[in-house]
Design a protein around this ligand. Sequence first.
Ligand code: FE2
Ligand code: FE2
Length: 159
Amino acid sequence: MPADDSKPQDAVDAIDLLMQDHRTVESLFEEFSATDDKRKQRRIAHRICAELHVHAQIEEKILYPEAKAEVDEATGMINEGIVEHEAIKRLVREIPKLSATDEFFEPKLKVLKEFVEHHVKEEESETFPRLRDSGLDLRDVGERLAERKRRLAARAGLD
Ligand SMILES: [Fe+2]
Ligand SMILES: [Fe+2]
């Protein structure tokens, strides 16, 4: 049997998977902005933080090291991404501890949204196209991202 048959036909592409995550978080931020209901805002904020926690983990543990090892020229942009993740992760840890009536709840969400928008723009306009053009096996990386994501998502209480 050819080796390729051991991989599922619908194996996910790493970049498609990560961009789908970006769209999920964008639509959650839109839902957040569309409501004044504090309970709903808190529920959406928790979801945003859980999604970002899982997404940052799979990028940092799988995609980024793989990309740095395989694509020398991507190292600078990936290290910049890691620094941006640090700022995002600090807010992701803080926000779930706040009541939705806390005076810093909405400002922190607003700043988180700005940080995420900036970071996503850089990934999608610079890092991902560079990786797409490289010899990186995006199907193989995609399978590993999907597998790790399933485990982390279950632990974070995501569907
Ligand atoms: Fe990302
Ligand atoms: Fe990222």
